[in-house]
Design a protein around this ligand. Sequence first.
Ligand code: COA
Ligand code: AMP
Length: 636
Amino acid sequence: MTNCNASRYHEVHAQSLADPEGFWGEAAKAIDWIAPAKKVFDPSVGLYGRWFVGGVLNTCYNALDRHVAGGRADQVALIHDSPLTGEIRKFTYAELLHEVQVLGAILQDLGVGKGDRVILYMPMVPEAVVAMLACARIGAVHSVVFGGFAAKELATRIEDARPKLILSASCGIEPGRIVQYKPLLDEAITLASVKPDGCIILQRPQHGCDLVAGRDHDWAELRSKAMAARKSADCVPVLATDPLYILYTSGTTGKPKGVVRDNGGHAVALAWSMENLYGVKPGEVWWCGSDIGWVVGHSYIVYAPLFHGATSVMYEGKPVGTPDAGAFWRVISEHKAVAFFTAPTAFRAIRKDDPDGSFIRKYDLSRFRTLFLAGERADPPTVDWAEKQLKVPVIDHWWQTETGWCIAGNPVGLGQLPVKHGSPTVPMPGYKVEVVDEAAKPLPAGTMGSIVIKLPMPPACLPTLWEQDERCKEAYFNEFPGYYKTSDAGYLDDDGYVYVMGRTDDIINVAGHRLSTGGMEEILASHPDVAECAVLGIKDTIKGEVPCGFLVLKAGVARSTADIEKEVVALVRDKLGPVAAFKLAIAVSRLPKTRSGKILRGTIKKIADGDSWTMPATIEDPKSLDEIGAALKGRV
Ligand code: COA
Ligand code: AMP
């Protein structure tokens, strides 16, 4: 076990809390500023203060230009590896910069300026990274929408962000199936009450699409024209506190929350994390196996490795089936990655296909130093398997879309702390993590409660929700005054290790993807035959959790319940998207409730999961739970 006395962690964390301005002011030296901040932290502005107030910078400059100028022009910045197309494409820092300069100019020519929003609905192709950086370059605010979301979800985001342009592609590629993006995009634009001025469409050779005259532009055509005309966008200076992007994440209703990320704090915290948390040096190869549609992809496929001058691998494939359970080891070995970041669900999928790890031994992993896991709780059996098979430290770390980077982790760059299975280890600099009861009273070590973060949050964490300060306060700051509510429940141990055990709201985590059961219930309830419904997350050996919907049909509905169940499954796929993995709907005659009418979701979940449960004292009719048990027989 690693000796925790050898780690600089405790000293560094203590300093970050004792003197936040000193700590982050020092960290800010890793970033190139056009004008330094007038105040490292100003508690008098924003919802809980703002970082680097008055500072001026450009995020894209920090990701690309300065490395080209500083000697990394010919170093590979981005490796795109797609087992789904059989292609590997590499871009040096100079090449990536050129692509970004050209696309930045194209966006400007189409009328996009500082502060304008641009939605990216893109598969995992390098052009998506180019698009994010081009927006950052010209001061536009990107909002990436994950490709696995359906048209209605995209429409909601178009309504909220009101983008000037949408960048998309003809298709995405999933194993065994082409996902046609264009019909989804067209439908979303039809559904949305606000329309973009235009769209730029990347035609992929695997499946082309028709363009809408007068609205859609062909990406390749614009690019070649702009290159021929030697167009190039300069970096537009923005304030540290200006928004870099909006990323929508599931809230407790069907309406997603637009998490805002600023430019300055984001650059500083992410640059700090690469060396100190992940232990990666400039020039080394880093791989984050997420999707650019998620926060992990934003931060660790795109921004952090580029701020740091590392080489980032972008992977369009799966852990298994593309072509086999050795896919990850092939990528690590082929591109010489020193560290890899993925979700535990991917490891569960690999372990199922290759329990003895025989694929691992086919590849040279000698350069590989550390595996990082996040997105859901890293269950101890999976961590144990990964440690034994890979023989490198396996580091769980906990974070949220709202924070943009890790809340609790094991900082291998500062000196690794002992790993305790089931815990993502300790709070990162700037995070004072506490566990409190309903009255915001701190609880002793070992006692479960709500996990909260003492305000102010460190740089990179959300300053607000897009144009919704009140909703932000309501969602995060009102319930526990002086704290940010994580909506995660857990405890701290005597060594200050954090244990994150589950959500306190209706969010479920499906294969590392965050989804709202409330949102799914809204869809189920929209079916004409459904009177009442409840969706909850039930255990799944690979995905961790999957949604399961219970339906009570309207009186007098004479249609086959099996047909209605199939229809609601299709409805969720159609309205929310395949990513929800909603495959199980069960019609029941009633839902178990308390005498005050509250659906007993917790007990239903225990029955579905096969866990032990006790009869709630407040139940209206105990027989209703037996009915649930009977309905679940043979279905889970
Ligand atoms: N565009 C369109 N559809 C998509 C998509 C995208 N970008 N991403 C996923 N989907 C679809 C899949 O094709 C699948 O559809 P299906 O119901 O027709 O099979 C559905 O959405 C669910 O996808 P996924 O969650 O990827 O499940 P899977 O069964 O295809 O694969 C795992 C299971 C465990 C291999 C996979 O979930 C995985 O690799 N997870 C890692 C997640 C991760 O890295 N999360 C980031 C958090 S750090
Ligand atoms: P997202 O915003 O999609 O990144 O999801 C954030 C949520 O995922 C958190 O609030 C947790 O519930 C869960 N989560 C992420 N990482 C971890 C982890 N390492 N351990 C436990 N839960 C996690």
